[in-house]
Design a protein around this ligand. Structure first.
Ligand code: ADP
Length: 164
């Protein structure tokens, strides 16, 4: 099942939440900063041990002080106009994160809008990609949650779910 909610992803108690990380995995702004603050310093230690993640791929750590058990870190593409492989890389983020979730027996997982904040990916186009990948995987999970940070994003996802 796919579900759209409006929430701070760090407050959710699921098997896993997905973090929009950068290639260093050492924390940053936006949702990444919020995840690191809520998970506590052990998350940074775990991420340091991994040693980074290329754009389009995903890595998993414990959730530490978060209510969710795991954090799946994926590195979205920066938007450079759309002709630099951004759609394929964004699709690969959702794909890699969901594959890693399956490998770790995750049944409930929440995603933020990868790349749609600081990285500048247009929200509508990003939502279409997110929903198309999630639909391919939805019957392998109890629940895939689309966690929107603000009403505007929630409306975009609800429309995308209705029409795509
Ligand atoms: P990126 O660098 O991949 O663009 P951002 O963290 O800047 O990542 O933004 C990704 C998305 O996460 C944006 O839609 C932003 O509004 C949202 N976001 C930011 N903080 C949170 C949070 N605490 N919970 C859920 N979503 C969040």
């Amino acid at each position: 099942m796919l579900r759209v909610i409006e929430a701070d992803i760090t407050t959710l108690a699921l098997d896993a939440i997905v973090n929009a990380a950068n290639e260093t995995l050492l924390g940053g702004g936006g949702v990444d900063g919020a995840v690191h603050r809520a998970a506590g310093p052990k998350l940074l230690e775990a991420c340091k041990a991994i040693g980074g993640c290329p754009t389009g791929q995903a890595r998993i750590t414990n959730g530490f002080d978060l209510p969710s058990k795991w954090v799946i870190h994926t590195v979205g593409p920066r938007w450079h106009g759309g002709d630099s492989g951004e759609p394929e890389l964004l699709e690969s983020c959702y794909d890699s994160a969901l594959e890693l979730a399956i490998d770790n027996r995750v049944r409930t997982v929440a995603f933020p809008g990868i790349s749609t904040g600081i990285y500048g990916y247009p929200k509508q186009a990003a939502a279409k990609i997110a929903v198309s990948v999630m639909r391919r995987y939805e019957n392998k999970f109890e629940e895939i949650v689309i966690c929107c940070f603000g009403t505007e994003d929630k409306v975009i996802y609800e429309k995308t779910l209705e029409t795509d």
